[in-house]
Design a protein around this ligand. Structure first.
Ligand code: CA2
Length: 164
């Protein structure tokens, strides 16, 4: 059940809503290089925005970034114990990683794939993602706003499953 309290939506059901936000290789450089493609905000700025949005929605959030494929895979495995949704910007691993695909398939946690840039307007090798066909949805080309869209959508998807 959901009630508004001080303008914020509160989840009064006993089940905690928890979302894992993963960022892959080189996204720690956000805001520091290639602002024409990825904008001026740093990853810390993005994570702060998402934490603010999450508290308004009444969900808890964990944000992690790694340049290592195995670390992302480990975090996906660990999420099986506590996250109802994953939001992932896999970076270039979207275009290369069967292992990350297998991890996401293996745990079966629903996830949204986010790309800051429009990968379909870029080089041909970015047009294919190993995650896209197993994702609940893909957001690409909305800048960092894509993460906020994904969080709003993830919260709704969790609510719809809690209601059942
Ligand atoms: O558009 C996206 O979010 C990407 O996932 C970003 C990846 C790229 O390989 C994907 O094709 C699309 C690259 C992340 C690199 O991030 C940087 C950020 C700032 C400066 C340099 C790299």
């Amino acid at each position: 059940m959901f009630v508004t309290f001080g303008g914020n939506m509160q989840n009064t059901s006993r089940q905690k809503k928890h979302i894992l936000v993963l960022n892959g290789p080189n996204l720690n450089l956000l805001g520091r290089r290639e602002p024409n493609i990825y904008g001026h905000e740093t990853l810390k700025d993005v994570e702060q925005l998402l934490h603010t949005q999450a508290s308004t929605l009444g969900v808890t959030l964990e944000c992690k970034q790694s340049n290592r494929e195995y670390e992302l895979i480990e975090w996906v495995h660990e999420a099986v114990n506590n996250a109802q949704m994953i939001i992932i910007n896999p970076g270039a691993f979207a275009h290369t990683s069967v292992a990350l695909r297998d991890a996401l398939l293996g745990v079966g946690i629903p996830f949204y794939e986010v790309h800051i840039s429009n990968i379909y307007r870029r080089e041909a090798f970015r047009h294919h993602s190993y995650l896209a066909d197993i994702a609940e949805g893909v957001i690409s080309g909305f800048g960092i706003y894509g993460y906020e869209l994904a969080l709003a959508a993830a919260n709704r998807l969790i609510d719809s499953t809690l209601e059942k």
